[in-house]
Design a protein around this ligand. Structure first.
Ligand code: BES
Ligand code: ZN
Ligand code: ZN
Length: 471
């Protein structure tokens, strides 16, 4: 269940309370006992950021964030304080966040961290925790800001739900339907292509990967085009929608590999959440999301290493590894994006193990082709939301690594620079400003602050921030 954010004029003596202060604040607004007041004073003096006072029927946390010169790191520190506070307040039904120093931005950041920490994925549990935190009230913060944050939190939850959902409960059609369900609530126009339509369009990459599957592929288009949109050429988001990646005939091993691969629609899940955040907050931007989707499986009919596939744009691809399937389906979507004459295309994909090997789950790996300005803007949003981009080189030297002896290109490069050669493969299908984002941060096996354990939702706040700042 989603957490509810509310506005409140001020706190009362009954509220569970998180109170932001500066060190030298006086606490006369609250009836602390002399002992409590002394305790708070000495703890803050010792440099503690959080001081908890357990009263008979409520908890008060006094929060005094440490100084940090880097503005973005400071913001992240406050979100992480929200995460720490979750361990204190998660068993309470509600909590009020207020401040004595009128720094309302910090109230929002604590709320963001606390609300994101409260996410659970309990759909398949017989006895889910019956008492999660349900309501956060904020003082001082204007209603529109609370509303905006609520929509962002809901969108991150949506993305995490989609990515955490196993393949047993989310096929390609299931993903398309979920995209439709959420989009229609927010005035996003939805079009879902079925297998017949995909065949008619000759999306050879998507169809090749789908050959081993017993389920049909889908190609979903979400369009947010408000009347007051400031751009006439759309921003097109493309998301990898592999609902399960066994590797196909180039089968993956189970442990720490195939067993994680329900998350291989992470790119799709991210852009579904992001476009919902954009639409629910009525951002005046023309944005399109394209989601090619299928599972990747071995079967008697599966595409095989050595096959040559003709793609949607006519390019021929020699498939040397069926586990490099993401680029096959993304290539068709990237070619399809041309028809919109886009201002910019950004694709999001759990594309390579190499990206994870490079940076772990702490961020996103990016590449671009002659789109430095767009990339700089995205990087800035990444720093602001702490969904950071680590840029890899995209030198032309890598181009030769995907040349094929018998077709136009092949779907794998050499033993090194795997994330880059995957990007180079995609670049072949782009003829517009384009940024590629490989997403190791989509999933964490261990708890990663307020992003939790499992699907992190990383990428949603990045895209939202980027689109909002741009328009
Ligand atoms: N979905 C995987 C990439 C992946 C691996 C994402 C681990 C997240 C965690 C992708 O389809 C894949 O299998 N890539 C191969 C490419 C290789 C065969 C060239 C890889 O990275 O090993
Ligand atoms: Zn794969
Ligand atoms: Zn994959």
């Amino acid at each position: 269940m989603n957490i509810i954010l509310k506005k409140k004029k001020s706190f009362s003596e009954y509220d569970n309370l998180i109170l932001l202060t500066d060190k030298k604040q006086n606490f006369s607004e609250i009836n602390f006992s002399e002992k409590e007041a002394k305790h708070i004073e000495s703890e803050l003096k010792n440099g503690n950021e959080i001081v908890n006072i357990n009263q008979f029927d409520r908890i008060i946390s006094i929060v005094s964030p440490k100084k940090e010169k880097n503005k973005n790191q400071f913001k992240e520190n406050i979100r992480l304080i929200g995460d720490k506070l979750h361990t204190i307040f998660h068993k309470k039904k509600s909590v009020v966040i207020s401040c004595l120093n009128k720094k309302t931005d910090n109230i929002l950041l604590i709320t963001e961290g606390l609300a994101l920490s409260n996410y659970t994925f309990t759909q398949h549990k017989s006895n889910p925790n019956p008492h999660p935190l349900k309501e956060i009230s904020l003082t001082h913060v204007p209603n529109d800001k609370i509303h905006e944050l609520q929509n962002i939190i809901n969108s991150v939850y949506l993305t995490r739900n989609l990515i955490n959902q196993p393949f047993s409960h989310l096929t390609a059609s299931g993903l398309a339907n979920e995209a439709k369900k959420s989009a229609e609530k927010n005035g996003i126009i939805v079009d879902i292509f079925n297998k017949k339509k995909i065949e008619r369009l000759k999306m050879g990459g998507l169809l090749a990967v789908n050959k081993g599957s017993i389920d049909e592929p889908t190609f979903t288009i979400l369009e947010w085009k408000p009347k007051n949109a400031k751009n006439t050429k759309p921003i097109v988001l493309v998301g990898k929608g592999i609902v399960y990646d066994t590797g196909g005939l180039s089968l993956k091993p189970t442990t720490n590999s195939m067993d994680l691969m329900k998350i291989d629609m992470g790119g799709a899940g991210t852009i579904i959440g992001a476009i919902n955040a954009i639409a629910s907050n009525k951002i005046p931007a023309y944005v399109i999301a394209l989601i090619p989707a299928t599972d990747n499986r071995p079967s008697g009919n599966a595409y095989a290493p050595g096959d040559v596939i003709t793609m949607f744009d006519g390019t021929t691809v020699e498939v040397l590894n069926t586990d490099a399937e993401g680029r096959m389906i993304l290539a068709d979507a990237l070619s399809y994006a041309k028809k919109y004459n886009p201002e910019l295309v950004i694709d999001f994909a759990t594309l390579t193990g190499a990206a994870k090997a490079a940076i772990g789950h702490y961020g996103l790996v990016s590449m671009h082709k002659d789109s430095k300005k767009d990339h700089d803007e995205l990087k800035k949003s990444g720093d602001e939301t702490h969904e950071r981009l680590a840029e890899l080189p995209f030198w032309s030297d890598y181009d030769e690594l995907i040349k094929s002896d018998i077709a136009d290109i092949k779907n794998i490069g050499g033993p090194y620079g795997g994330a880059i050669t995957a990007g180079k493969f995609l670049a072949h299908f782009t003829e517009y400003p384009w940024v590629h984002i490989d997403m190791p941060g989509v999933y964490s096996k261990t708890k990663y602050g307020y992003r939790g354990k499992g699907a992190t939702g990383m990428g949603v706040r990045l895209i939202y921030n980027f689109i909002k700042n741009r328009y």
